[in-house]
Design a protein around this ligand. Sequence first.
Ligand SMILES: C[S@@+](CC[C@H](N)C(=O)[O-])C[C@H]1O[C@@H](n2cnc3c(N)ncnc32)[C@H](O)[C@@H]1O
Ligand SMILES: [Mg+2]
Length: 261
Amino acid sequence: MVDVPTVVLSSAGTLCIAALFFTIYNRRRAHIKMALSLSYQAIKNILLCQTKEQRILDFVLKNAVRGDPQSVIDNIDKYCSQREWSMNVGNEKGIILDNVVKESNPSTILELGTYCGYSAVRICRLLKPGVRFFTVEFNPAYAAVAKQIIEFAGLIDKVQVLEGSTGDIIPQLKKKYEVDTLDFVFVDHWKDKYKPDTQLLEKCNLLRKGSVVLADNVIVPGAPDFLEYVRNCGKYDCTNFPSFLEYMDEKDALEKAVFRG
Ligand SMILES: C[S@@+](CC[C@H](N)C(=O)[O-])C[C@H]1O[C@@H](n2cnc3c(N)ncnc32)[C@H](O)[C@@H]1O
Ligand SMILES: [Mg+2]
């Protein structure tokens, strides 16, 4: 069913983001390209009375193979690189994410920022049975799309989509969700929350010696206060992985911060 307020709100939001990108970065080709793409998406949302996230879901349901996570990932990448730009971690940084997940061999994982479930599918396809994966999303429309994509990928039994804000959910993880400590945290929500939510994880005793905190988009849009904190507070060993912004020819990076305990 078409949710008109969601479409109108997301279109208005998208137009504002496009205007912001255009104003701030009006001399940079990649950002002009993104601004044009977001403006086109906003117009399409209004004309079709449908959101981009619903179009991503439709494309997956139509083209991917049910129960095949790799085919779901490939089809989202295809749609977002060829038709409409979208804020999934994408394939180039996704390969780095895969490698960091594999080398840390986690048993309990938290993702901050689900969006359409792309990175959740990407991470969960690598996990052995019995691993616990929680992903937090405060936009109900995105969470609904993510659940359908994760279900289509055949991974719904491995994933718990927690609807709400990270600031509310992180403090509930121990008691409500019986989490002792987290082995791996993928930080990919709004960038001004990276630092406070990392500090909240510490405060709630959810990190143990060796817990891996992997943060996306530390260059674009950028999380300078988070980088300054993890690199200089003395509690983490940090590694930077240079790469490119999802579906764009623009430098970005992931930062891996390993908690010293
Ligand atoms: C960049 S997208 C996540 C992309 C996803 N990790 C992927 O690569 O497929 C960021 C998401 O975080 C959500 N978000 C932002 N701040 C949040 C917060 N404080 N609590 C919960 N969700 C948040 C947004 O609604 C958005 O869907
Ligand atoms: Mg990201």
